[in-house]
Write a protein that binds this ligand. Structure first.
Ligand code: ATP
Length: 193
């Protein structure tokens, strides 16, 4: 899977719609301090399903919406779109949008989906919101200092099996619910015998 284009509208400092075409190969983002380099990485992680305001360097999730400057009024929504090329060559567009007071919503190719659907799409492709493939400042030190269990989680995500853990937890929960139902059914059958 490859990211082909990032489109931002009203996200942090990107108040006007901005399109970034990402060519194959290594991509570097350069610019003076404070010009928005980290905001770009955050836009990617946010659209992939990041839900921690702290890791978006904000107090609340709405802090990703353009807050206004001396010359421009604040916006009431932020939207980021990631255009992907899947391994088979077909394109997929993932969009996340947040509105003040109304929370955020996701779409895949125009269809409304759950956060979990987007998280799984990227977890399976080993490019999830916490993937080591997006290396932000201080992350390299974090990998070195990580506890063995945390480092294993990073390696598992890099190996593309993080999505399987989520599905296993879901399957186990369904199994437990079914077992509980079976027990209840046994009790009912015993009463009617
Ligand atoms: P550095 O090299 O110093 O890390 P950078 O290029 O990574 O800088 P960012 O940290 O991505 O820059 O961008 C910071 C800028 O984004 C600041 O000018 C900040 O005011 C602006 N910014 C962040 N959140 C918002 C927001 N919600 N509304 C408007 N501007 C914002």
């Amino acid at each position: 899977m490859q990211i082909k284009r990032l489109r931002l509208t009203g996200f942090k400092s990107f108040v006007d719609p901005a399109d970034l075409v990402i060519e194959p190969g290594l991509t570097g983002v350069v610019g003076p301090n404070g010009c928005g380099k980290s905001n770009l990485l955050e836009a990617l992680r946010w659209t992939m399903g990041e839900n921690s305001a702290r890791s978006m360097r904000g107090a609340g999730m709405e802090d990703v919406i353009f807050a206004g400057t001396a010359t421009r009024p604040p916006r009431d929504f932020a939207e980021v779109s990631i255009l992907l090329e899947q391994d088979a060559g077909e394109e997929t567009e993932v969009v996340r949008r947040i509105e003040r007071g109304a929370g955020s919503a996701y779409r895949i190719d125009g269809r409304d989906v759950r956060a979990k659907d987007v998280q799984l799409l990227f977890a399976d492709a080993a490019t999830g919101a916490h993937s080591p493939a997006l290396v932000s400042q201080n992350r390299i030190g974090a990998v070195i200092a990580a506890k063995p269990a945390d480092r294993r989680a990073m390696l598992e995500e890099a190996a593309g099996i993080a999505g399987l853990h989520v599905r296993r937890r879901d399957a186990e929960a369904r199994l437990r619910a079914t077992e509980a139902n079976l027990k209840r059914l046994d009790a009912v059958i015993a009463e009617t015998d």
